[in-house]
Unconditional design. Structure first.
Length: 322
């Protein structure tokens, strides 16, 4: 019997009205995926592709315009959605991109880390202090850090504080919204290794949002590639990096720095405004795609499975040359 996914999103959409009236931006447009217990799904794409909006909708920070979200078997969209979300709120957490902006500079670390505990009902003063010390130790910070303020720490240490806060209520599912993009390379590796260690220790499931495919390759078991509000490729990590089927995925992989640049030709094109136009017809990537034909302008390609667990939204998936 297949275990029920912790997260199941179906036809998820978020539409914003643009200034001037009459024009709409489909920031997320018909996104569907699931996350199994203990799994990490990587969500990648350029800035503005809808990754963060998707992650925030999953934990109730943004209300979707349409679609369904099931968390731990409960539907959180619709008339009873907010009530269901309150019941499972402790089981969800969010790690933000910028650790300095997401930590209150006027609060001591002890109060920042314990804030979810206080909101959820609090605890005795001694128990609270011990829990804070335990959480700081879990993320590799000394007990003495509890009495200091965010500005006294490095970027990597601040992100560890944010992770400690996210762990305070012992969640099962965590959305990590580009948690290492503001850090240098050495700090990125440390935080990714910490997240992997926490996943193993506590059985966490992650949605790991990033634009850096090298980082996603390290932490994710499956990867969803998002472009202009839609998922254009979804596959196990080995399949996606070994045989990418969508031209946009290939472009992203080609942008990853290589020790030997002669091994793979770097084919890049500048972002086009039409990528993000919400005309509802055709492939949004066609302006940058070297394989585009008239068919791409006439009909939006559906996301179809081309191999076990490997889905692609391209009219020519499986036929394009490498």
């Amino acid at each position: 019997m297949t275990e029920e996914p912790i997260v199941a999103a179906r036809d998820l959409a978020k539409v914003y009205a643009l200034p001037g009236g009459g024009r709409m931006l489909r920031a997320v447009d018909g996104v569907s995926f699931s996350i199994a217990p203990g799994e990490t799904l990587g969500l990648v794409g350029e800035s503005g592709s809808g990754k963060s909006t998707t992650g925030r909708m999953l934990v109730g920070l943004i209300r979707p315009s349409a679609g369904q979200i099931r968390l731990f078997g409960q539907e959180i969209v619709g008339p009873e959605g907010q009530r269901a979300l309150r019941r499972i709120r402790r089981r969800l957490q969010f790690v933000f991109q910028d650790p300095f902006a997401s930590l209150d500079p006027r609060m001591r670390v002890a109060d920042i880390v314990a804030e979810p505990i206080d909101i959820a009902g609090g605890s005795q003063r001694r128990e609270r202090a011990e829990r804070v010390a335990e959480l700081l130790g879990t993320v590799g910070l000394p007990r003495s850090a509890a009495e200091r303020y965010p500005h006294e720490f490095s970027g990597g240490q601040r992100q560890r504080i944010g992770i400690a806060r996210a762990l305070a209520l012992r969640p099962e599912f965590v959305v990590c919204d580009e948690p290492v993009s503001a850090l240098d390379v050495s700090m990125q590796a440390q935080i990714v290794n910490l997240l992997l260690d926490l996943q193993e220790r506590f059985g966490l499931s992650y949605l790991f949002i990033a634009h850096d495919l090298a980082v996603v390759c390290t932490i994710a078991s499956r990867v969803a590639v998002m472009h202009a509000g839609r998922i254009v490729e979804l596959a196990p990590k080995r399949a996606l990096f070994g045989a990418p089927a969508h031209p946009y995925t290939r472009m992203l992989i080609a942008a990853v720095p290589q020790p030997d640049p002669e091994r793979r030709p770097l084919v890049m094109a500048s972002a086009a405004a039409s990528d993000f136009a919400s005309d509802g017809g055709g492939c949004a990537f066609r302006a940058r795609c070297p394989h585009a034909t008239d068919r791409c302008a006439e009909r939006r390609p559906p996301l179809l499975e081309i191999a076990a667990g490997h889905s692609v939204a391209c009219h020519f998936a499986g036929t394009l040359p490498f």
